[in-house]
Design a protein around this ligand. Structure first.
Ligand code: FAD
Length: 399
């Protein structure tokens, strides 16, 4: 257990805010295909919930990452995936590198209003030709005097329709792809920035996802986060918080999907007894609950190690992989036990089924997580060292 009384108090206040300010509006926002990000973020910002582990000098609470995790878990109480995802982009995807490596001036301009909720942030990594293969992005920032002039564009940008600024990964030089990139803050009202219509998606329907185009966008070079050429490395660090967020923010929603299914199958009868009273059903639900608790333990361990300064690339990737897989397995099993009702849009489990499918794709697909894990295990071809021959191999070799 990584939580003490202060963590639990933070969770209780988050739970109240979700119950009064978010959940009553979820149905309307999902139906409208949008939610008022500025309004919701300002409410979170008033309680500093968008900057739990961010520096106090810029309006954050300066707490360690266990507190951020406690808050992420409560986001699972929101009755859709869109709003937690939008909040996560603001606090855990677009701002970690800025908070850690940005100049004071840049943090004053972009981080502070993102913590207070005055500004909405988005993250621009993916492009039309580069999603999983981040190193192959084509957007280019060319130096012109004290400015960068940016051409290219970003794809699948969450919060993109409402965002005030983007944390964007761009090429600032030629050469080795891991040393040629920088992260920059791009105001979304800068001349030359345009956005597509919102995409029509399978799930996450209240979240706005757009394509963003850059046509000769001029920004000062001081909008660069940290050192030039370090963008790829900073983004890989930033992905660790994104992946921990993906796992921790799903824990309560996994619990709730199970609780909803237990409640439904307990009262629904077939063949003279409740659906839940079939051993096949309650054993399956017990097995899934065990999987959720295993994931929770993995997340807590990764967070503890992260807080103590250790490298958690492998553990965060495992948690991200597992949450994608488990979301799919649990959503599918639970929807099944709702029968025809599970297939109806009015039943929360059907939204859960649609929304959670993204977890195996966004922020690095399952296969990318498996690539990282196997590389760190030393079993991927790129990481494999020559091993001494086994006894069987030696026996096959003629003396
Ligand atoms: C709703 C939504 C919101 C998003 N929000 C953002 C955002 O805010 N900012 C942002 O930058 N991006 C965002 N993304 C993009 C997301 O991160 C990418 O979709 C994801 O990284 C996968 O990239 P891709 O779609 O280009 O898939 P591709 O790279 O084309 O890959 C397709 C599939 O191929 C497989 N694959 C790829 N590489 C390998 C491999 N080496 N080995 C085996 N299999 C492989 C995987 O199954 C993968 O899913 C969002 C996406 C969606 C759908």
């Amino acid at each position: 257990m990584i939580y003490g009384p202060d963590h639990l108090e933070l969770q209780a206040s988050m739970s109240r805010l979700i119950a009064t300010e978010i959940n009553p509006h979820v149905e309307a926002w999902e139906a409208a295909g949008a939610f008022p990000a500025h309004e919701v973020f300002r409410k979170l910002g008033k309680q500093s919930l968008l900057g739990i582990n961010k520096p106090v000098e810029y309006g954050g609470l300066g707490l360690d990452y266990t507190y951020a995790t406690a808050y992420h878990e409560m986001l699972g109480e929101v009755r859709c995936g869109s709003i937690p995802m939008a909040i996560g982009v603001q606090s855990d995807m677009a701002t970690p590198a800025l908070a850690k490596h940005g100049s004071d001036e840049l943090r004053e301009e972009f981080l502070r209003p993102s913590i207070t909720g005055e500004s909405v942030a988005c993250l621009g990594v993916s492009e039309t030709g580069a999603g999983s293969d981040v190193a192959s992005i084509q957007t280019r920032a060319r130096k012109d005097g004290d400015d960068y002039v940016i051409d290219g564009g970003k794809m699948w940008t969450t919060n993109g329709a409402q965002a005030d600024w983007m944390c964007a990964l761009v090429n600032t030089s030629d050469g080795a792809p891991h040393r040629s990139k920088s992260l920059v803050c791009i105001p979304m009202d800068a001349k030359g920035v345009s956005r597509s219509q919102k995409f029509d998606k399978l799930g996450m329907r209240a979240s706005d996802t757009v394509q963003v185009f850059f046509d000769g966008v001029r920004i000062p070079q001081r909008n660069r986060i940290g050192e030039e050429g370090m963008g790829f490395i900073y983004q890989m660090e930033q992905f660790q918080e994104e992946r921990l967020f993906a796992a921790s923010s799903s824990l309560r929603s996994l619990d709730i999907a199970l609780d909803d299914t237990i409640a439904y199958t307990r009262q629904r009868e077939a063949f003279g007894k409740s659906i839940l009273d079939n051993q096949y059903v309650h054993f399956r639900l017990a097995e899934l609950k065990t999987e959720v608790e295993l994931l929770r333990s993995l997340v807590y361990r990764a967070v503890e190690e992260y807080v103590s300064g250790r490298d958690v690339l492998t553990l965060a990737s495992m948690a991200k992989l597992k949450v994608g897989r488990l979301n799919r397995e649990l959503a599918d099993a639970c929807l099944q036990y709702f029968g025809g009702m599970g297939y109806m849009n009015e039943t929360p489990i059907s939204r859960y089924y649609r929304d959670t499918r993204l977890a195996s794709i966004g922020g690095g697909a399952d296969e990318i997580m498996l690539g990282i894990i196997s590389k760190n295990m030393g079993i991927a071809p790129s990481a494999r060292k020559p091993q001494p021959a086994t006894t069987i191999e030696r026996a096959k070799t003629p003396a």
